[in-house]
Structures are given as structure tokens and as C-alpha cells.
Design a protein around this ligand. Structure first.
Ligand code: HXC
Length: 258
């Protein structure tokens, strides 16, 4: 499949989607968002892929939704087309783990895109922000919601109300990112994590992701019940028997993905 705004690659069981609109710092135009959705769905359906990385360039993961593309839209336009809806949310429907590898700017929709992934590995050059307020609008793809859940009210309010950016270390302290690495080893570190995940039992990985995600949708009591039932369900898998047997026999597990 030929893409114009992204590059895709498959390596060692990992699908890599690289945002590639260098002339616009990977601003998320509709065509790019559509292509990301297609590529993600393709990797999700590919049995050779066990984990997906979403990344950008050294200078920018993505500098936000494409301002030039939306600047002339009226209220009627955005309301009629329900602008920023399902196509943007495709990442959150992917069943395989998706890692955001962020270098440089992750602003507005770029920060929101990264937050839709399962976790973020940031280069020490990464900058996160929700600058929509400076454009006379507000975040529209999770900047007031996922960000608040990730970093808490105070920092989320600060970012959304001032439009200021935070650096990678601040994002790490706030819990927005899982890990900060030197910029020149970002892709290597993301690959390392992705290969680890791709090398595990895929049904167990899928179950684990589903259980963590439920924490954002439900009460603690319901979430605990859900987790326990999924935990029980892993005992129906050959891979659960294999994993525990391999530990007891001091050998590497041989996953069958069933
Ligand atoms: C369209 C953009 C863009 C964007 C940068 N460019 N960000 N085009 N939409 N979001 C373009 C610039 O116009 C410029 O094109 C080229 O990319 C390089 O950008 P510069 O500004 O020259 O680079 P620099 O001086 O290094 O500044 C980098 C920057 C700045 C700080 C990231 O570009 C910036 O502030 N960008 C906008 C960030 C932003 O407001 N994001 C939120 C968007 S709203 P030319 O043709 O001039 O060379 C949003 C809403 C989401 O995301 C709602 C739901 C999804």
C-alpha cells in the first residue's frame, strides 16, 4: 500500500508507522490521520506483527492538527462532519500494543495522538503541550480528558490554560511518559520494548492490554472483578501452562499463541 504522509515498515515482529510530513512538522492533516488508521488496522490484522510503534521525526512527533486545513472551517462545517471523531480514535481500537516513540514536538493533536497509544517512550528532546488555547480553541481529541487522567488536574489545567510546553523529564515525573531516553537511541529503545512485547504470548498480551484499559472506564470494584475474570481466563490457554512450566523447568517458554 502506497502512503503519502506516513512510512511503514515491518521488522522483527514489530510494525512501525512513521509520520512523514516534514514540511509541516508532521501536522495531522485528514489524509495523514486516515493513513495512520489504515496502517494501524493492517498491522493489527497481520499475524506476523506483535507490537506497533508510532513515531515521527527527530524534530517533531507531530505539531498538532493541521491548522491551515481547519482555519476556514465554520461551526456548521465541524458540527456537520463531526470533525475529529472516529478516524482520530482508530489508535484506541487497535488490540495489539501501540508504543508512541516521541522526539521533538508533540503538541495539540500530536500530544493527543501520543496519549492514545498504550505508552510513550520519549527522547530527552521531547516537548509536550496543548497550545490550542493560543489559537482560540480547546483540545478536541483527548487533551482535556486523557491528559487529565494521565497527569492529574493541576498540570493538565496548567498545560491547557497556558498553552505552555513541558519537557520530557517533567512529562516523566508527571506520569505522562513511561521512559525518557537519549534522542539518538529513541528508535532503538522503542524497538527493544516492542520486540519484548512481540516475543510474548499474544493472547496474554491482548488480555493484559484490555484489562489495563478497563481501569479508565470503570469503578475500582468493577475493574477488579474484570481483571480477576480475565486472569482466570488465562488458565484456559496453553501458553499459561507453558509459561509456568518453563519457569519451573528453568527454560525459556515456547509460546504457541493459544
Ligand atoms: C499546520 C504547521 C503546524 C500545524 C507547524 N506547521 N505546525 N502547519 N499545522 N499544527 C508548519 C509551519 O506553518 C511551517 O510551515 C512549518 O510547519 C515549520 O514550522 P515553523 O513554525 O516554521 O517551525 P518552528 O519555528 O521550529 O516552530 C515549531 C512549532 C510551531 C513551535 C512547533 O510550528 C508551532 O507552534 N506550531 C503550531 C503548534 C500548535 O499550535 N499545535 C496545535 C494545533 S491545533 P511553512 O510553510 O511556514 O514553512 C490542534 C487541535 C487538535 O492540534 C484538536 C483535535 C485534534
Amino acid at each position: 500500500m502506497a502512503y503519502e504522509n506516513i512510512q511503514v515498515e515491518k521488522k522483527d515482529g514489530v510494525g512501525i508507522v512513521t509520520l512523514h510530513r516534514p514540511q509541516a512538522l508532521n501536522a495531522l492533516c485528514a489524509a495523514l490521520v486516515d493513513e495512520v488508521g489504515q496502517a494501524m488496522r493492517t498491522f493489527d490484522a497481520d499475524p506476523e506483527v506483535g507490537c506497533i510503534i508510532l513515531t515521527g521525526s527527530e524534530k517533531a512527533f507531530a505539531a498538532g492538527a493541521d491548522i491551515k486545513e481547519m482555519k476556514d472551517k465554520s461551526y456548521q462545517d465541524v458540527a456537520d462532519e463531526d470533525f475529529i471523531t472516529d478516524d482520530w480514535e482508530v489508535i484506541t481500537t487497535i488490540r495489539k500494543p501501540v508504543i508512541a516513540a516521541v522526539s521533538g514536538y508533540a503538541l495539540g493533536g500530536g500530544c493527543e495522538f501520543a496519549m492514545m497509544c498504550d505508552f510513550i517512550i520519549a527522547a530527552d528532546t521531547a516537548k509536550f503541550g496543548q497550545p490550542e488555547i493560543k489559537l482560540g480553541t480547546i483540545p478536541g481529541a483527548g487533551g482535556t480528558q486523557r491528559l487529565t487522567r494521565a497527569v492529574g488536574k493541576s498540570l493538565a489545567m496548567y498545560l491547557c490554560l497556558t498553552g505552555d510546553m513541558i519537557d520530557a523529564e517533567t512529562a516523566l515525573r508527571a506520569g505522562l511518559v513511561a521512559k525518557v531516553v537519549p534522542a539518538d537511541s529513541l528508535q532503538e529503545e522503542a524497538m527493544k520494548a516492542a520486540k519484548t512485547i512481540a516475543g510474548l504470548s499474544q493472547p496474554v498480551v491482548r488480555t493484559c492490554k484490555e484489562s489495563v484499559n478497563r481501569a479508565f472506564e470503570t469503578t475500582l470494584a468493577e475493574g477488579m472483578r474484570f481483571e480477576r475474570r480475565l486472569f482466570h481466563s488465562t488458565f484456559a490457554l496453553d501458553d499459561r501452562t507453558e509459561g509456568m512450566s518453563a519457569f519451573a523447568e528453568k527454560r525459556k517458554p515456547n509460546w504457541k499463541n493459544r
